[in-house]
Design a protein around this ligand. Structure first.
Ligand SMILES: Nc1ncnc2c1ncn2[C@@H]1O[C@H](COP(=O)(O)OP(=O)(O)OP(=O)(O)O)[C@@H](O)[C@H]1O
Ligand SMILES: CC(=O)N[C@H]1[C@@H]2OC[C@@H](O2)[C@@H](O)[C@@H]1O[C@H](C)C(=O)O
Length: 400
């Protein structure tokens, strides 16, 4: 490397915080970012921690998913409450990494999504789209003494984007390859796919939410166990059932799967009302709990493989689908994905199988997105969100 370049290298430490649509807790990552600010950086994961939410916090978040119960006082209170919890999670992962708060340049915090309305609602002649991620950045900055960037999505929506997905911007920087076309499939609460065509510039990268991730499986298991279990750990329930093809065909008729991208979705579509419909289908089709969970697990896989077949395969035949997020720990889901995609020439692997962390990716992404905010560089990917132009996302809270 030439002298001019090496003197340009800067190393900084940052924290990324994520609490996703599954509401399983706070993911906190510490990273070392090397490279001139705003250029293609090298990012190394130094520490990662997941702090589960207490039942009290988790219940309050789920209560506020219901718009009728999300009164201003409760939302305001949860906003600062989560701010405190995010700050604690940041301080804890920093200590675990052997660093001190004074070593950290910034925190990037996604927040907790309560509501997401990514398409236009015409009111009073205005096309309005809106989203709510809470977890007060001012509290995080004040408690940690570290500058915090939060509330990323509104800036993208202000220029006609869906405000999601945001992680693909960082996936292009971190995972893009010259020779292979990769599909990065996150299976969190919602499933989302990023297509990284071989050797492509950022304009060619595209991404969209494929539909449910673990959200339906979790919702069913929570209901069936009377709240004792929150997930189908290891796919244990699905492995004892048989998917019902007729119900699967019916569920695949959901119009979201036929919408072209950019598109994003959430609990508004695949939340409690959808679970109630699944339970009604269970009666109608006379299915055991295991059969219903197996059917919905296959639906999750099928919505991903169909999205590839319909919207990606022709233009960008892919070499590999790399699964990240909590769904990568469900072997039944992975097996269904393999059965659908390997005949199409797409190898299915998990992030872990490639030596990468399945859990830390989104938290790492927000540390990196915040890095761009602070040097006033655009950090949305219009090809993924549908925004009319690149913008600088994130709001900055200073500790002093
Ligand atoms: N051992 C496991 N077996 C089966 N499923 C698992 C396991 N561990 C995690 N999961 C699933 O992964 C989910 C959590 O995934 P993840 O943390 O990636 O979601 P998230 O970040 O909240 O969501 P999103 O990416 O949509 O915002 C859990 O709710 C559960 O359904
Ligand atoms: C509004 C919202 O919180 N969307 C999440 C959700 O969870 C997965 C998928 O749906 C994705 O669109 C997004 O999160 C990730 C972090 C993203 O923006 O890339």
């Amino acid at each position: 490397m030439g002298e001019a370049q090496s003197t340009n290298l800067v190393t900084r430490y940052a924290v990324g915080l994520m609490s996703g649509t599954s509401v399983d807790g706070i993911d906190a990552a510490v990273v070392r970012i090397t490279g001139a600010v705003g250029t293609r950086p090298e990012v190394q994961l130094l520490g990662f921690e997941n702090t589960p939410f207490s039942t009290q916090v988790r219940d309050e978040i789920f209560t506020l998913f219901d718009v009728k119960k999300a009164t201003l006082d409760r939302v305001g209170r949860l906003n600062v409450w989560l701010g405190e919890l995010f700050a604690e999670a940041a301080l804890s992962v920093i200590a675990k990494s052997g660093l001190a708060p004074g070593d950290i340049s910034h925190i990037g915090s996604h927040g907790q999504t309560l509501y997401h309305h990514p398409t236009d609602e015409i009111i009073g002649g205005y096309a309005l789209r809106y989203t709510a991620q809470i977890g007060e950045g001012s509290i995080i900055a004040a408690r940690t003494g570290i500058t915090c960037v939060s509330d990323f999505r509104p800036a993208d929506m202000a220029v006609g984007g869906q405000g999601a997905p945001l992680v693909p911007f960082t996936e292009h920087l971190l995972y893009g390859e010259e020779k292979r076309t990769l599909l990065l499939q996150n299976i969190g609460g919602i499933g989302n796919m990023t297509v990284l065509p071989a050797g492509s510039p950022p304009e060619d990268v595209f991404a969209f939410d494929t539909g449910p991730g673990n959200m339906l499986i979790d919702g069913l298991v929570t209901h069936m166990s009377g709240g004792k279990s929150k997930m189908d750990a290891g796919g244990a329930i699905a492995s004892q059932g048989h998917p019902n093809e007729r119900l699967l065909d019916l569920l695949m008729q959901e119009p979201y799967y036929s919408q072209s991208s950019p598109k994003s979705t959430g609990r508004e579509l695949f939340g409690s009302a959808y679970i109630a419909r699944l339970l009604a289908h269970q009666q109608e089709y006379n299915l055991s709990d295991e059969d219903l969970v197996a059917t919905v697990t296959m639906l999750t896989a099928r919505s991903i493989s169909e999205a590839y077949r319909k919207y990606v395969q022709e233009r960008y035949p892919a070499d590999m689908l790399i699964v990240g997020g909590g769904g990568s720990y469900n072997p039944v889901l992975l097996r269904y994905l393999q059965a659908d995609l390997e005949p199409l020439g797409v190898q299915v692997l998990t992030q872990e199988q490639l030596g990468l962390s399945s859990d830390a990716k989104e938290a790492v992404a927000f540390a990196l997105l915040a890095d761009y905010t602070l040097v006033r560089r655009p950090n949305n990917l219009p090809a993924a969100t549908g925004a009319s132009r690149p913008v600088i996302m994130g709001k900055i809270s200073y500790p002093f």
